[in-house]
Write a protein that binds this ligand. Structure first.
Ligand code: SF4
Length: 358
C-alpha cells in the first residue's frame, strides 16, 4: 500500500461539495499515491483487469457518445471467444487478479456471459460486473444468484423521465422491475451478492438524485454518483469538478490495471477502449504472450515512460482527466450512511446494511 499524503501542495483552493444540501467546503484532500522519480513500483501483474466480453450494446445512452458517436468508433464489434476468456481467467486465477467482467458494452448480450461468470467463480476469481439490467430478467437473476458471490453494479440515471431521456431506448419500468427483483431475490437468499447502483450526473437536479437514494439505497450496499465531464468520458465525482489542482499528477492507472479486449488485445485503460486500434496503445495480445510478460514487457514500459515524462504518446492521455481519481477526501458519516468522495465517484454506502451483513 502506497503512503497517503495530505495534498495542500496540489490544491489552489478547497473543493466544494454540493451533493447533499448546502455547499460544503472540503479541504482535507488526500493523494492516494506518492510517486518517486521512476513512478510507482511495478508489481509482477496488475491488481485487477477488465475483460471486454463484448463491445456491443443494446442502448445508445447520451453520455456514451464519446465511445460510439460523435468522436467515432472504428473498432470491430465482437464477442470474447471461450479460448480468449479461458486464457484470461486462468491467468487471473493463477495470480490472484480481480476481474471486472465487462469493459465496454453490455455483458449480458454475450450468450456465454453467465457461463463465463460461473467459470470465474469455479476458479475462485474475485469478480464483479456492470450491467444496464435490460436483460437481467428474473430467470437470469435466479441463475446468477445460484452460484455467484461477487458484486453487480446496475446503471440507472434517475426516475422515469431522466432515465428514458438518457438511456434510450430502454424502458424505465422494465429495468426498475429487473432491479427490484434482483434486490428481492438477493435478500431472500441471504445476500450472496453485493449490489450497487450507479448514477451518471447528466444534469439531473439534486432532488432527482436524492429521490434515487431514497428509492433504491435501502436494498443496496451502495450507490455511486459521478459526472461525465470530459470528452474522453472520464467519470469524476462532483467536488473534483470544482477542484483546481496546481498540477497534474502522474496517472497511476498503467501501474495498477489493464484491459483485455474481446480479441485478446491488452490496452492500458478503459479510456482507450474506443480507439485502441488507432493508437499505439495495444501493448500485446494474451493469445501470444502471458499477461505477466505483457505487463512487464517493452511496449508497456515505453507507455509508462511516456507518462512519466509527461510526454503523452497521443491525445487520449493528454486530454484525459481520470488522474483526478487519485485524490480523495476522508470519509464522512451521516445517519446510516458513509460518504466516500474520491475523484472517480461519490459513493454513498448503506452502513445499516453493512452492519446487518457482518
Ligand atoms: S492518462 Fe487517462 S488515458 Fe492515459 S493511461 Fe491514464 S487513465 Fe488512461
Amino acid at each position: 500500500m502506497m503512503p497517503t499524503t495530505r495534498a495542500a501542495e496540489w490544491l489552489q483552493g478547497p473543493a466544494i461539495d454540493t451533493f447533499f444540501d448546502e455547499p460544503m467546503e472540503l479541504s482535507d484532500l488526500q493523494v492516494a499515491f506518492s510517486t518517486g522519480e521512476d513512478g510507482y513500483p511495478i508489481s509482477p501483474v496488475p491488481s485487477y483487469i477488465g475483460l471486454e466480453v463484448t463491445n456491443t450494446c443494446n442502448l445508445h445512452c447520451v453520455h456514451c457518445h464519446y465511445r460510439h458517436g460523435a468522436l467515432g468508433y472504428t473498432r470491430e464489434k465482437g464477442f470474447m471467444s471461450p479460448e480468449v476468456f479461458e486464457i484470461a481467467v486462468s491467468q487471473a486465477a493463477k495470480h490472484g487478479i480481480s476481474v471486472l467482467m465487462n469493459y465496454d458494452g453490455e455483458p449480458l448480450l454475450h450468450p456465454k456471459f453467465i457461463d463465463y461468470l460461473q467459470r470465474a467463480t469455479e476458479l475462485g476469481v474475485n469478480s464483479y460486473f456492470n450491467t444496464n439490467a435490460t436483460l437481467l430478467t428474473p430467470d437470469r437473476v435466479d441463475h446468477i444468484l445460484s452460484f455467484y458471490k461477487g458484486a453487480i453494479f446496475v446503471s440507472m440515471e434517475g426516475g422515469k423521465e431522466w432515465f428514458e431521456k438518457i438511456r434510450t431506448p430502454a424502458s424505465y419500468e422494465v429495468v426498475a422491475a429487473h432491479l427490484a427483483y434482483l434486490i428481492e431475490a438477493n435478500e431472500r437468499l441471504g445476500r450472496p451478492v453485493k449490489l450497487s447502483v450507479g448514477v451518471s450526473n447528466l444534469g439531473q437536479p439534486l432532488a432527482e438524485r436524492q429521490a434515487m437514494l431514497q428509492k433504491w439505497l435501502p436494498g443496496l450496499d451502495a450507490m455511486s454518483f459521478g459526472e461525465v465531464n470530459d470528452d474522453c468520458g472520464a467519470m469524476i465525482s462532483e467536488p473534483f469538478i470544482r477542484m483546481q489542482p496546481r498540477k497534474r499528477p502522474l496517472c497511476v492507472v498503467p501501474w495498477q490495471t489493464c484491459g483485455i479486449c474481446h480479441n485478446g488485445d491488452v490496452i492500458p485503460c478503459s479510456i482507450y477502449i474506443a480507439k485502441a486500434n488507432t493508437t499505439d496503445a495495444i501493448l500485446g495480445n494474451i493469445r501470444e504472450q502471458s499477461l505477466a510478460d505483457i505487463w512487464t514487457g517493452e511496449a508497456y514500459t515505453r507507455f509508462r515512460e511516456a507518462l512519466l515524462r509527461q510526454n503523452h504518446r497521443d491525445a487520449i492521455c493528454a486530454r484525459c482527466t481520470r488522474w483526478r481519481s487519485q485524490f480523495s477526501f476522508p470519509d464522512e458519516f451521516r445517519p446510516g450512511l458513509r460518504i466516500q468522495r474520491s475523484g472517480y465517484w461519490t459513493v454513498v454506502h448503506n452502513i445499516q446494511r453493512e452492519s446487518r451483513n457482518s
